[in-house]
Design a protein around this ligand. Structure first.
Ligand SMILES: Cc1cc2nc3c(=O)[nH]c(=O)nc-3n(C[C@H](O)[C@H](O)[C@H](O)COP(=O)(O)OP(=O)(O)OC[C@H]3O[C@@H](n4cnc5c(N)ncnc54)[C@H](O)[C@@H]3O)c2cc1C
Length: 392
């Protein structure tokens, strides 16, 4: 007999865990705060094997239908010439394309939107959950996949607070047909980097908002890491066009006009022409603040923390969704070994703590080398994406 499992947070980490645990015979319900399916987040992700493992191995999905392969890593000089180029295959997708694919694999009547967890009580045999819509629910195991601002983590390990990394990621996507065809072609067959003083920007193609990966219909995505001092500097950036101070991100259309104007002027003056053209063509750039979160426990009786709720690592390894998915795969495997639940969780925790710590340490080092020390030279193998290590 499976256990009654509540997964709080229905993003990529929560959904992967929910599908796996459901497949193993557990009685799984997902509680998601958002009242609508999370379709609006169209930004790109480096698509590592752990993130697509469920879709590929359990559902036989052809991954090329939801991702774009780039055969090269390319670094540009300021004048647009190539500083370094090597063959390296990456897959890229978009958050909402992967989300839709995973959601199709889960039972819609067990994926409960509009359920914002506002409190819980937990003990040795399970938890009682309270949601803002007045619903309460019981479960034998609570899987907290509620992301970087996790209420569950904050309640159980209040000392594990997000630490600002000293920089933000400016982001944007442009339909390839809105760019000069020569520029679009140059930005679609590679991940393209420009590394310069205390900053770097990377560019890659992703599916469009409807999930199309057809040539001519793709989006070109950029992620540009820029330093802002803690305090007034970043506070001002995070104060949106309505004067509201945001914490984790400022969404498209909400970044203040002065900062968008500054981004454009800086891009025109400092970036290689092809990349500058992309930034300038972006109608609504948005931004996400880069935080680190480190914890020393992932299991609290019958509550487990998973994905960004446990460790949030900087995005430089493109491994955040892969780590969240790996937490789910290993959790499902541990629970299916036939041991009692407490023994299974005790065996699972140290392995995933190690994975989270290693990823955090590696991505901090990349961030330091890029944003502070300026020791990143084009083609440096340490900067290859990977969950466990560069390239893997
Ligand atoms: C700039 C940037 C670039 C990135 N690039 C990549 C990349 O290339 N590749 C990659 O794999 N990863 C990347 N990441 C990381 C990736 O986005 C995260 O690691 C990943 O989304 C974590 O997944 P998650 O399911 O753990 O949490 P989240 O995606 O944060 O989901 C948490 C979910 O919980 C819900 N929730 C929150 N609180 C409650 C509550 N109280 N009740 C109910 N529901 C709740 C939220 O609505 C949300 O749906 C990047 C991140 C950033 C910031």
């Amino acid at each position: 007999m499976g256990s009654q499992i509540a997964v709080v947070g229905g993003s990529l980490g929560g959904l992967t865990a929910a599908c796996l645990l459901r497949d193993d015979g557990h009685d799984v319900t997902v509680y998601e705060r958002s009242s609508v399916e999370l379709e609006q987040r169209g930004a790109g992700i480096g698509f590592l094997p752990a993130t697509y493992r469920y879709l590929q191995t359990r559902r036989a999905l052809d991954i090329s239908t939801i991702s774009i392969e780039t055969p090269f890593i390319r670094y540009l000089n300021r004048d647009g010439s190539i500083a370094h180029e090597s063959e390296h295959r990456y897959l890229f997708s978009s958050w909402n394309t992967v989300y839709r694919s995973l959601l199709d694999q889960f039972d819609r009547d067990r994926y409960l939107l509009g359920h914002d967890l506002i409190g819980f009580e937990t003990g040795a045999t399970g938890s009682t959950l309270e949601f803002s819509n007045g619903v309460s629910a019981k479960c034998e195991l609570l899987v907290a996949a509620d992301g970087i601002g996790s209420l569950v983590r904050t309640s159980l390990q209040p000392e594990a607070q997000p630490t600002y990394a000293g920089y933000v990621a400016w982001r944007g996507m442009v339909p390839e047909q809105e760019l000069d065809p020569v520029i679009a072609a140059q930005l679609c067959d590679a991940i393209t980097y420009f590394v310069f003083a205390n900053s770097h920007i990377l560019v890659y193609p992703i599916p469009n908002v409807d999930g199309s990966v057809a040539v001519g219909e793709r989006l070109i995505n950029f992620v540009w890491y820029r330093n802002y001092l803690k305090g007034g500097d970043v506070d001002d950036l995070l104060t949106d066009s309505n004067g509201v101070r945001r914490e984790l991100s400022v969404p498209p259309g909400m970044v203040s006009e002065e900062h968008v104007a500054e981004l454009r002027a800086f891009a025109a003056a400092r970036l290689p022409p092809t990349i500058a053209a992309l930034v300038l063509a972006t109608k609504q750039p948005f931004l996400q603040v880069i935080y680190d979160i480190e914890i020393d426990r992932m299991v609290f009786d019958r509550v487990v923390l998973l994905g960004d709720a446990a460790f949030a690592a900087r995005p430089h390894a493109a491994a955040g969704t892969a780590k969240a998915a790996d937490d789910g795969w290993t959790l499902a495997a541990a629970l299916s070994e036939g041991r009692d639940v407490d023994a299974a969780l005790a065996g699972w925790e140290p392995v995933q703590l190690r994975l989270g710590r290693d990823l955090l340490e590696r991505t901090r080092r990349i961030g330091r080398r890029s944003q502070v020390e300026n020791t990143w030279t084009p083609g440096d193998p340490e900067f290859i994406f990977g969950l466990h290590r560069p390239g893997d």
